[in-house]
Design a protein around this ligand. Structure first.
Ligand SMILES: [Zn+2]
Length: 310
């Protein structure tokens, strides 16, 4: 078969696929519903980074101005000044890595350098979510307004799409954010026990602590700071568990060579490369360094990535 005949066969297959998609695809949602959905997503895209920044600043202030002076009051405390310094160093290390990987996720986006206009959608584009599905794992994100290579999902906390290039930073951001939150939760529990005599021996304390504290606050028996710290315990617990779960899910997807977008469309990737290679593609050859510092461990060129996809 010559090249022209092959091209004709491919184009007729593409037309058939488009026809099939047109018949099988669900009807698009009304324009008003799409508009409302996009407004909500854009609002979330603005609110989530602000929430993250406020939570970070509040955690920092509580740690150094309340927890450390109260739990480790001085050299005479049980842990002594070296123990206090170790705790402060551990906290700064976790915070540095969480924020460093957050910045790297934004600094190295997964966008394609060669495509800036909205390209033609693939036959499988449902156009009911926040992105147009193109071919070869590329998406046009309506929030980022960019073509993203091997898109996984749009992260509202970073306001960026997560793809192959920034997946490693995103996973490490989840790991260190989870550790920082769970560590802050432990110190928060210690502070409330020491300062306000709250007892955490009963495993059901976390179920009753918030409603009881809210009731006591409105009766005037506890202070606003006390209630705020109780609220922060739930914030740290929630973010810590969500980030840990999200991190495990992302690592499993990366090991399988699959993306969240593919999973949502019900596509199971028939990946022949071993999980070690899939992980190395994302975490790089110097992955050990990447576990402890927010630095580049793989420097894939844009051209190489686009060639790999096309
Ligand atoms: Zn995006």
């Amino acid at each position: 078969m010559d090249m022209r005949a092959m091209d004709d066969a491919e184009s007729s297959e593409a037309v058939d696929a488009l026809k099939t998609a047109a018949v099988c695809a669900p009807p698009p949602p009304p324009a008003a519903a799409m508009f409302t959905r996009m407004v909500k997503l854009r609002l979330l895209n603005a609110v989530a980074p602000a929430y993250f920044s406020v939570a970070t600043v509040v955690t920092f202030i509580l740690y150094f101005y309340l927890f450390i002076p109260t739990i480790f009051p001085g050299p005479d405390s049980a842990l002594g000044s070296s123990g206090t310094a170790l705790h402060a160093l551990a906290f700064l290390f976790l915070m540095f890595n969480a924020l460093g990987n957050y910045v790297m996720t934004i600094k190295y986006p997964a966008e394609s350098a060669n495509e800036s206009a909205v390209p033609v959608c693939s036959p499988h584009c449902s156009d009911k979510v926040d992105a147009h599905y193109l071919l070869n794992g590329r998406h046009f994100c309506k929030l980022c307004k960019k073509v993203i290579l091997k898109r996984d999902h749009h992260c509202f906390f970073t306001g960026n799409c997560i793809g192959n290039r920034n997946m490693r930073y995103f996973i490490m951001f989840c790991v260190y954010t989870s550790c920082t939150c769970l560590y802050s939760l432990v110190l928060g529990v210690a502070f409330l026990t020491l300062e306000y005599d709250v007892c955490f021996r009963n495993p059901l304390t976390f179920l009753t602590l918030l409603p009881l504290s809210t009731g006591h606050f409105f009766m005037g028996t506890i202070s606003g700071l006390h209630l705020f710290l109780v609220l922060m315990l739930y914030v740290w617990l929630g973010i810590g568990l969500v980030c840990a779960g999200f991190c495990c899910q992302q690592v499993l997807l990366v090991a399988r060579g699959q993306t969240w977008c593919q999973l949502q469309r019900g596509e199971l990737v028939d990946c022949h490369s071993p999980w070690r290679n899939n992980l190395r593609d994302v975490f790089g050859t110097r992955w050990l360094l990447g576990l402890i510092l927010p630095v580049q461990t793989a420097v894939p060129t844009q051209e190489a990535e686009e060639l790999k996809l096309d």
